[in-house]
Design a protein around this ligand. Structure first.
Ligand code: SF4
Ligand code: SF4
Ligand code: SF4
Length: 911
């Protein structure tokens, strides 16, 4: 540290930092238009000029490093005259139409002109005449570029290159001038732009802006800090509210997003809230007509409670089940599982982690002692040597994580992609192992074979921190690269190279997602990756670990909150007497010691007549679960069925009662992101119509079923959670609202939370090295169904598209179901790119548009599962994993056909 003086005040400064950074850290504002910390420091606007003693001229604060004893003035008459001239020069090329500009009130140029009393320019810029003639680019649904307002600060270009790391926004030329080549014109769909809007947020003027800014002015709105409702990255943003309507989203500097957002977060997070399709009043199905009829809350609550209690009386509590919503708040989920346990009298509660990451929860709990992501997102994407990315496509499913991985690769991190498709990140990868779907266990065993054979293991870590090494060693000995190459359809030499690259890297996280878990051997896939990290000693330290990217915004929280048939909140086991007694005391009832049914077991049990009544909060299994026909059959078998949701979903259509839920923007609460970080959601708008908070709905139902539950605020519910959950003991709304960022385990009010798990030793004490043999997927291709179908997510939609599907812009970007087919298969079947075709499996048939290319290998196909016009889960297989009962979404056998006769499609209702 050195000492400098700014404006007469002595300040401690970091050596090598700039005057601008030092002044900012000391709370002294130096104006700039082009500077963006760590992103853009081209020094073009010249507004940050300051006086430094000993220099006869002004120096640019963004470019000048501090030196011991420096004496600096940031404001003086000389500086003011200079800045006025600079502003006049900038204005000479700026189309000043502040009155009609959508950035009026938020424009940095306007603010500085006001500050330095510059009203117009006496220079006539030669650029302005040219740029006025350049067309505005406004074909992108969300973003516009007006060259006549561009001041060429290059912030947008730097943000696209270094923050979004997309690289589509570039500097170009028009005649003798540099211009910004913005991808928002007629050919916007052909550009690689992801419409994330991070560039527009960085633009200091109205040149690059979000179209919706036209609808409000800065002084008309309030901003509410909250958490994105889509994926589990947990990006922080502000909802911008005018007249009780959300009109915009602005990124906040959150611990997982650092000021970035993806297109879903920025532009798909609020249209659904004011959608006319929202349910606003309870509905009860008239059993004679089959039609839903509006009902009062009192009627709907008592009707639901009576039916559930009748079923309990007749068949026992285990004939009831209740699922919590992984998109809902922790506080809501806690109340749902409490209702199921205290009122239904069963542990038949679950959440949609069952169909996405239950294999992670089961697998990592078994091997490491905790079933959650080990390291924070920032830690595994910054300053790491190698990333091993397995079965994960973060650019589409966790886009802000994807941006950070792209950034890591750009700054020297090596990348190994293990995925059956050419995902976007495979073009950045040092090695892409394009393995056959369903062969992850063989791949991991092959990696370990090479690592052990070549002496690349961390023997000290293994002997101190693991058990089962000898058994594992004996098993993986059989998995030679040649044998694995045959199973996985990969080059053995590349497997060897990948194993060396991962093992030799000092900091190398494993990052994985549903490509590992959604298999009938999903849990073994997870445990195999944990084995891999353990034998290399890459656990419990920075830049390493085993890192599942959880899917939905609060699926981590749904598991943490005890919406699981085996666990109370905080993974406390229902069959542990001591734990159960604790909950019985806290909740004042006796509780069932019997582990409940998992969600994927509830549906077959309903068909068998064992489950008679079901409560579903916010899930839509008809769209999201495999083998739609068996889900419908299960729902039809129920005697009584209640859905609590924002919309009348496909699943809700089968309900007896539908209760309107409120969205994340209409209530207080918390979400827990994939890195175990508990973050606040805050009420931004009042719900319209006759709405009740979700926690109040559950409370009213509990009281109607005879359990005396007091209505509590979300903060009070979190206090109750903390009182019964050791890993949440220190978490409260108060601490979060005071700016603390807490990752569980957080064991007390003074505990700072846990950023990296398993430090010192694994949570289990000694980690288990579980030897898993490779087993083939449950349904392999044959003569009748010769192709493998995989399913997954895309950037522009989320899950069943109930929320994102209500944003017109996102639908314009991706609104139709499609299937990726290898060109060789397409040629053989005479299928052309863009042709609508039929896809059949043993369970059903649908149509989709063919995308022919090389993304998938010959014999394999891939479909996104978001689109109602191609409901892919009519095809998928409900074969379950032995440990977690997770279904095999990633592999089923299909055949594809040309549509020769549309009557076939219509007659069979294939759509
Ligand atoms: S919207 Fe995102 S991807 Fe597109 S140009 Fe801007 S920063 Fe780049
Ligand atoms: S569009 Fe905005 S951010 Fe980009 S160079 Fe122009 S003024 Fe700067
Ligand atoms: S990356 Fe995920 S959490 Fe972040 S803005 Fe996008 S959808 Fe939201």
């Amino acid at each position: 540290m050195i000492n400098i003086t700014i404006n007469g005040k002595v300040i401690e400064a970091q050596e090598n930092s700039t005057i601008l950074e030092t002044a900012k850290a000391a709370g002294i504002d130096i104006p700039t238009l082009c500077y963006l910390k760590e992103v853009n420091a081209i020094g073009s606007c010249r507004l940050c000029m300051v006086e430094v003693e000993g220099y006869g001229y002004l120096l640019a604060a963004c470019k000048t490093k501090v030196r011991e004893g420096m004496v600096i003035k940031t404001e003086s008459e000389k500086i003011s005259i200079y800045r006025k001239e600079m502003l006049r020069l900038i204005l000479s090329n700026h189309n000043v139409d502040c009155m009609s500009c959508s950035d009026n009130g938020v424009c940095r140029l306007q603010a500085l002109c006001n500050k330095y009393e510059v009203k117009d320019s006496y220079y006539s810029g030669s650029r302005r005449s040219i740029e006025k003639k350049l067309p505005k680019l406004e074909d992108n649904p969300y973003i516009t570029y007006d060259p006549s307002k561009c001041i060429h600060c290059q912030r947008c270009i730097s943000v696209c290159n270094y923050v979004a790391v997309n690289g589509t926004l570039q500097s170009g030329r028009s005649g003798t001038f540099h211009i910004v080549e913005a991808p928002f014109g007629a050919k916007w769909k052909e550009s690689g732009c992801e419409s994330c809007g991070n560039c527009a947020e960085a633009c200091p003027t109205g040149a690059l802006t979000l179209k919706r800014r036209d609808k409000f002015r800065e002084w008309e709105v309030k901003k509410v800090l909250t958490t994105c409702p889509h994926c589990a990255t947990g990006c922080q943003f502000y909802l911008v509210v005018k007249d009780n309507r959300i009109v915009n989203v602005e990124a906040a500097d959150g611990p997982s997003n650092h000021g970035r957002l993806c297109v879903k977060g920025r532009s798909g997070s609020y249209d659904f809230i004011s959608s006319p399709d929202r349910l606003t009043t309870p509905l009860i199905k008239n059993r004679e007509t089959g039609e839903f009829e509006p009902a009062s809350w009192e009627k709907a609550i008592s009707y639901a409670a009576e039916h559930f209690m009748e079923i309990k009386k007749k068949y026992g509590g285990d004939s009831l089940a209740g699922f919590a919503c992984s998109r809902s708040a922790n506080e809501d989920i806690y109340m749902v599982q409490k209702m199921v346990r205290t009122c239904f009298g069963t542990n038949n509660t679950d959440n949609c982690a069952r169909v996405c990451h239950s294999a992670t929860v089961a697998g990592l709990a078994k091997t490491l002692g905790s079933g959650a992501m080990t390291n924070p997102i920032y830690d595994i994407t910054h300053d790491v040597d190698c990333i091993l990315l397995v079965g994960s496509n973060p650019e589409e499913a966790h886009p802000v994580v994807g941006m950070q991985i792209r950034q890591a690769v750009k700054t020297g991190t090596r990348l190994i992609v293990v995925d059956p498709r050419d995902i976007g990140l495979s073009r950045f990868a040092d090695i892409h192992l394009k393995l056959r779907p369903g062969t992850n266990v063989a791949f991991a065993n092959g990696m370990m074979h090479v690592i052990i054979e070549e002496g690349l293991t961390d023997e000290a870590y293994i002997s101190e921190n693991t058990e089962g090494y000898e058994e594992l060693k004996a098993l993986v000995k059989e998995y030679t690269p040649e044998k694995v190459g045959e199973i996985c359809h990969i080059d053995p030499a590349m497997l060897r190279e990948a194993a060396r690259m991962y093992a030799k890297a000092a900091k190398a996280p494993i990052i994985y997602c549903l490509g590992v878990t959604e298999h009938s051997t999903g849990t073994e896939g997870v445990m195999s990756l944990s084995n891999l990290a353990l034998i290399c000693g890459k656990l419990g330290r920075s830049g390493c670990g085993v890192n599942p990217l959880r899917g939905q915004n609060n699926v981590q929280g749904a598991c943490d909150m005890g919406a699981q048939p085996t666990d109370y909140p905080g993974y406390q086991k229902v069959d542990n007497d001591e734990v159960r007694e604790k909950f019985e005391k806290a909740w004042g009832v006796s509780l069932s010691p019997k582990p409940g049914l998992k969600a994927t077991e509830v549906f077959p049990a309903a068909i068998e007549g064992k489950i008679k009544g079901l409560y579903i909060q916010g899930e839509d299994p008809i769209i999201s679960d495999p083998d739609t026909k068996h889900i419908i059959a299960a729902l039809k078998s129920l005697e009584f069925f209640v859905v609590q949701d924002l919309f009348v979903t496909e699943t809700a259509k089968y309900a007896d009662v539908i209760l309107p839920a409120v969205s994340y923007a209409e209530k207080e609460g918390t979400f827990t992101n994939t890195e175990r970080r508990v973050q606040r959601i805050r009420k931004a708008v009042e719900p319209e119509g006759d709405m009740r908070l979700d926690t109040d709905i559950i409370t009213d139902l509990m009281n109607a079923m005879g359990y005396p539950q007091k209505r509590l605020t979300a903060a009070e519910i979190m206090d109750e959670i903390a009182s019964v959950t050791p890993s949440f003991a220190g978490i409260s709304h108060e601490r979060l609202d005071n700016g603390e960022s807490l990752q569980w385990p957080c064991k007390g009010k003074d505990h700072p939370g846990t950023d990296i798990m398993h430090k010192g030793h694994p949570a289990r004490g000694k980690a288990l090295l579980y030897p898993a043999e490779y087993k083939a997927s449950a349904e392999l291709p044959d003569e009748e169904y010769p192709l493998i179908l995989m399913t997954g997510r895309i950037l522009y939609q989320y899950n069943a598209a109930a929320m994102t599907g209500r944003s017109d812009g996102l639908n314009e970007m991706a609104g139709e179901g499609y299937i990726e087919i290898n060109h060789k298969d397409a040629n053989r079947l005479y299928i052309g790119n863009g042709e609508r075709i039929i896809i059949r499996s043993r369970r059903g048939a649908i149509t989709a548009t063919a995308r022919v290319g090389r993304k998938v290998s010959e014999g394999e196909t891939w479909m996104p599962f978001h689109f109602p016009d191609s409901p892919v889960n009519r095809l998928t297989n409900a074969a379950l994993d032995e440990f977690a009962r997770i279904p095999e979404y990633k592999v089923c056998a299909v055949r594809i056909e040309k549509i020769d006769d549309w009557s076939d499609v219509m007659a069979n209702r294939i759509s």
